[in-house]
Design a protein around this ligand. Structure first.
Ligand code: URA
Length: 234
C-alpha cells in the first residue's frame, strides 16, 4: 500500500492532509531524512514529527472501562473512544469494541480492528468465559447457582434457554458469575429473572485475560502472549 494511504488510514488525516505533511517535511525516516510521498519505505521506518507511526492494522487493545462511558462511536455522552488516542477513532479498518458493556458496567473491554479476530472471540462456538462480579440490591435467595447452572433458564422474550453459567457467592449481595455466551444485558436480566436487581457490575475476565493492574480509564495494546492467554481460559 502507498505510504500516503497507509498513513491516512492510521487516522493522521485525509490523503490530501497527509500529502501536506510530506510537503512540510514532517515525514522522515528513522535518521531524520525527509521523505517524499512516493518513497517506498517500510512504515516501521517512518517518523512523523520525529515520532514512530501508530501501530499498523491488527490492533487488539484492552481497556479498563469506567462506569459512565458508552461502547458506541456516536452517543451524546462520554465514549470509550474518548479514552483512546484521538487518531484511533479515525482508523481504517475501524477499531470496534468486541461485544459491548453497558454504560453502567465497568471492567475489561477488548477493542480490535481485526474482523476475523473479533468473530473468533465472540463466536458462539468459542464459548469464551466472561467473568462478572455483581453487587445486588437484595440478598441472594440460595437457589440462583443451581438455576443458572441448569441450562434451562429462559430470559424474558427469548426462545432459547441460556447456556449453563457458574455462580460463586461472594457475600449476601455479591456474586461472581461466569458466562459462556453474550446476550443483551445478560447478567442484569439473569438476576432480574430471580427477583433481584444488579446495582453494580464489573467484568474482571474474558477468556484467560484479566485487567491485572491496569488502572480504570487506561488501556494497553495486547501482544502475542496476551492473545494466546485470551484463548486459553484459566
Ligand atoms: N451483562 C449485562 O447485563 N451487562 C453488561 O454490560 C454485560 C453483561
Amino acid at each position: 500500500m502507498k505510504l500516503v494511504k497507509h498513513i491516512a488510514n492510521l487516522g493522521y488525516g485525509s490523503r490530501k492532509q497527509v500529502q501536506w505533511l510530506f510537503r512540510e517535511g514532517r515525514v522522515t525516516d528513522a535518521d531524520g531524512e525527509v521523505l517524499y510521498a512516493d518513497d517506498a519505505v517500510p512504515p516501521a521506518c517512518v517518523r512523523i514529527d520525529g515520532e514512530p507511526l501508530d501501530p499498523p492494522p491488527g490492533l487488539l487493545l484492552m481497556l479498563h472501562k469506567p462506569v459512565g462511558v458508552t461502547c458506541s462511536t456516536k452517543d451524546a455522552g462520554r465514549l470509550v473512544y474518548d479514552l483512546l488516542p484521538p487518531r484511533y477513532r479515525l482508523r481504517d479498518p475501524v477499531l470496534s469494541t468486541v461485544g459491548r458493556l453497558d454504560r453502567e458496567t465497568s471492567g475489561l473491554l477488548l477493542l480490535t480492528d481485526d474482523g476475523q479476530l473479533l468473530h473468533r472471540i465472540i463466536a458462539p462456538k468459542a464459548k469464551l468465559p466472561k467473568v462478572y462480579v455483581a453487587t445486588l440490591a437484595e440478598d441472594l435467595r440460595g437457589d440462583e447457582a443451581a438455576l443458572f447452572a441448569a441450562g434451562t433458564l429462559l430470559l424474558d422474550g427469548e426462545k432459547t434457554p441460556l447456556l449453563p453459567a457458574e455462580l460463586e457467592v461472594l457475600g449476601p449481595r455479591r456474586a461472581r458469575l461466569t458466562l459462556h455466551e453474550g446476550r443483551y444485558h445478560q447478567v442484569r436480566r439473569m438476576f432480574a429473572a430471580v427477583g433481584n436487581h444488579v446495582e453494580a457490575l464489573h467484568r474482571e475476565r474474558v477468556g484467560g485475560l484479566t485487567l491485572g493492574d491496569l488502572p480504570e480509564g487506561q488501556w494497553r495494546a495486547l501482544g502475542d502472549e496476551d492473545r494466546a492467554r485470551l484463548f486459553t481460559p484459566g
